[in-house]
Design a protein. Sequence first.
Length: 213
Amino acid sequence: MKEDTSISRRTEASLDLLYTISRELAAQIDLSEVLTRILQLTAETMEAASGGILVLDESGEVTEGALIVDGTVLDHTASQLKDTVRSGLAGWVLQECEPALVTNTHDDERWMRREKNGVDDVARSAICVPLQARERVVGVLTMVHPERDYYGEDDLALLGAIADQAGIAVEKARLFAAERERHRLALTLQEVARTINSLLDPGVVFDTVLEQL
């Protein structure tokens, strides 16, 4: 009976998480803020000791991302996250375009081990899923727990659903940025047209148009 109650509570927590993330996506446009909130909410619900969410451009370079350790989001730059997607579990997921469930990171060659103060990291369970937008992988989401066999197939499915939401957020942010750039370009062209119509001296027109562009 206790086990059934535990499963019920976990399912309820998962549904609450998906609902909260959907609400966050609807209210927020800034991609960096969205990624950070998704990571915080997911790590808290899944009781992860650490995790990360990374977004790639069309050439495979990291453009946005967030890392969290013990509930604290770490400062970083996109360039500092490049190694994460070139090797290790995240690199495998991106290359294969498939989710990965690792019950013991010390027994899985896909896990990239790091040493801290001469001691191997204590990661044990890990799940990693790709973010997809328009049938293309645009990032990766990872959760890590210090206990072996902590995560299972249900957790993998939940993280996959969250990744789907994150993929929508990435696409939404890129469409918004593209529309903003088109609007800026249209205003510039309008200003150029006004300049050409208002000035008669070709030399002045040319210099002014170059300055505006």
